[in-house]
Design a protein around this ligand. Structure first.
Ligand code: SF4
Length: 269
């Protein structure tokens, strides 16, 4: 464990028992404990500071590929899982296979409950998400949010590939936050990286990435809900592009109050 530094020395026990309101106090202390410049440094420090399972969810985006590379090559004690919605691009499944072959691993996958999918399709249609936001949220809940809950069951921390300069609601992303919705620590080791820096690092390290990135698909999710960006569009504009409001997230990355959890330091910036 890292050296004790204050009122939250028994980090895991404290965070387990903490009242959600107090999480904003604990969060900056935790960030100070797991700070570091490189991704491996940050992940190693998080593993040392957090007593429990760390689970990284990859959707095989470029950020996820960079984090996975470090976890695999440096054999960090972080579990890697993916959510197979059943509606992913063929190139994503191709990259999944390529990644397993490159690193000699098998990535555990979580799938939607078959009965829930059948009921949803019977009610809204196979592509009902184009016709109403309720149907879209329902689909994301069945295909993503519920399987995520199973993937994170019993985990102490959730490692993500989020960056703060992605468009949408992600400006508030911090290195570590308390996820009030799921009752665990949420980590974003790339929170202060730019997309260009991530892409350059992947090129430098020879990390396989989704072929769609080179065709204007910067943020890649399910095939029917992702399109290539037009010139000048923000990074996540290609996701659920037919919806007019700005709050276009699938429900994976929200706190209990419907917003991304934000540290006091980030809020004051
Ligand atoms: Fe369904 Fe689209 Fe959400 Fe995928 S992104 S779960 S297809 S609504």
């Amino acid at each position: 464990m890292v050296e004790a530094q204050g009122p939250f020395d028994d980090r895991r026990e404290t965070l387990d028992a903490i009242d959600p309101v107090l999480a904003d106090v604990a969060q900056p202390a935790l960030i100070a404990r797991i700070g570091g410049e490189t991704i491996p440094d940050r992940l190693r420090a998080a593993c040392a500071a957090i007593d429990g399972r760390l689970v990284f969810t990859t959707s095989f985006g470029i950020e996820d590929q960079l984090i996975a590379h470090h976890i695999f090559t440096e054999k960090l004690p972080v579990e890697i899982v993916t959510l197979d919605t059943g509606r992913l691009f063929p190139s994503t499944y191709q990259l999944w296979q390529e990644t397993e072959e490159r690193y000699g691993v098998r990535i555990k996958s979580f799938h939607p409950d078959a009965n829930s999918v059948a009921a949803m399709v019977a009610d809204a249609g196979i592509n009902g998400f184009y016709h109403s936001k309720d149907a879209r949220i329902s689909c994301c809940t069945v295909r993503k949010v519920e399987p995520l809950g199973r993937a994170l069951s019993g985990a102490a921390a959730w490692v993500t590939g989020l960056r703060a300069d992605q468009s949408g609601q992600r400006a508030a992303v911090d290195l570590a936050a308390w996820d009030r919705e799921r009752g665990l620590i949420k980590l974003a080791p790339l929170f202060d990286w730019t997309r260009d820096r991530v892409a350059a690092e992947c090129t430098s390290l020879g990390i396989p990435v989704n072929a769609l990135h080179a065709k204007g698909f910067l943020s890649i999710g399910c095939e029917p809900c992702t399109r290539a960006l037009q010139p000048g569009e923000p990074e996540r504009a290609g996701r659920w592009w037919w919806e007019s409001d700005e709050a276009r997230e699938c429900g994976l990355h929200v706190g209990a109050d419907g917003r991304l959890v934000r540290s006091k330091a980030a809020a004051a910036a």
